[in-house]
Design a protein around this ligand. Structure first.
Ligand SMILES: *[C@@H]1O[C@H](CO)[C@@H](O)[C@H](O)[C@H]1NC(C)=O
Ligand SMILES: *[C@@H]1O[C@H](CO)[C@@H](O)[C@H](O)[C@H]1NC(C)=O
Ligand SMILES: *[C@@H]1O[C@H](CO)[C@@H](O)[C@H](O)[C@H]1NC(C)=O
Ligand SMILES: *[C@@H]1O[C@H](CO)[C@@H](O)[C@H](O)[C@H]1NC(C)=O
Length: 204
């Protein structure tokens, strides 16, 4: 056999291995968000089949109904208001690093608000109102520096309103009404900056 041909076929093999390795890694990376949303789907009962298109074997979740992605195929919106969903939220939602809108209002969702939601640095709107969520409002939500809408009203949340919420300068609408929150409410939970720059809607 002639050595140049051997060399060339060996290097083709090496390239193929590298290429497959790359696509494999790329696919795994892209699927982190699909896996997180699939974990949510697995945790929810969906009698109206609104999550039917959520196929975890697809390369990313960007073609799923009720999911919107940016041009880099990162999830920016999850729109599942009024969908008759029950069950619980999952900590994995915290991996959706480009998420801007998490709309899950008007369902029958139980359990607690995962503190991992406090890691969603791009979040603009967190709408969990009209569900059956209980437990505390996680103090970590105060890390959501871009948040404009925080509506958690009409649940059975308890404990005190975390002071950290007053750190969110971008907040325009805060509705925590119709919960079971106790202790100091508006006076301690709001500082001057908060009052002057933001519209506080129906705080308790
Ligand atoms: C919501 O789901 C329940 C079953 O869990 C069903 O009885 C009810 O009719 C559904 N409501 C709507 C508006 O689809
Ligand atoms: C909650 O569940 C009850 C009973 O399954 C159903 O009748 C009701 O429509 C649900 N509410 C929402 C907002 O999905
Ligand atoms: C929220 O809860 C209050 C008090 O229970 C109730 O009057 C109101 O109708 C609820 N809002 C909605 C949209 O169901
Ligand atoms: C609301 O809080 C009170 C006092 O902490 C408690 O007794 C009551 O069971 C709570 N209600 C709900 C609906 O969680």
């Amino acid at each position: 056999m002639n050595p140049p041909a051997m060399t060339s076929s060996a290097s083709v093999s090496v390239w193929l291995i590298l290429l497959f390795g790359f696509f494999h890694l790329h696919k795994l990376a892209a699927n982190v968000e699909g896996d997180a949303l699939n974990a949510l789907k697995t945790n929810l009962a969906d009698p109206n089949n609104v999550l039917q298109s959520w196929d975890p074997t697809l390369v990313n979740p960007c073609t799923w109904f009720h999911v919107t992605c940016n041009s880099e195929n990162s999830v920016t919106r999850v729109d599942l208001g009024n969908a008759n969903l029950s069950g619980q939220l999952v900590a994995q939602l915290g991996v959706l690093s480009k998420l801007q809108y998490l709309e899950l209002y008007s369902n029958n969702i139980t359990g607690t608000i995962p503190e991992e939601l406090g890691g969603l640095a791009d979040l603009v709107s967190l709408d969990l109102y009209l569900n059956k969520l209980h437990g505390n409002i996680p103090a970590a939500l105060g890390n959501l520096a871009k948040l404009r809408f925080l509506r958690l009203n009409n649940n059975t949340l308890s404990g005190t309103i975390p002071l950290t919420l007053t750190n969110i300068q971008s907040l325009q609408v805060l509705d925590l009404s119709n919960n079971n929150l106790t202790g100091d409410t508006l006076p301690v939970a709001c500082n001057l900056k908060f009052y002057s720059h933001n519209y506080v809607d129906k705080l308790l």
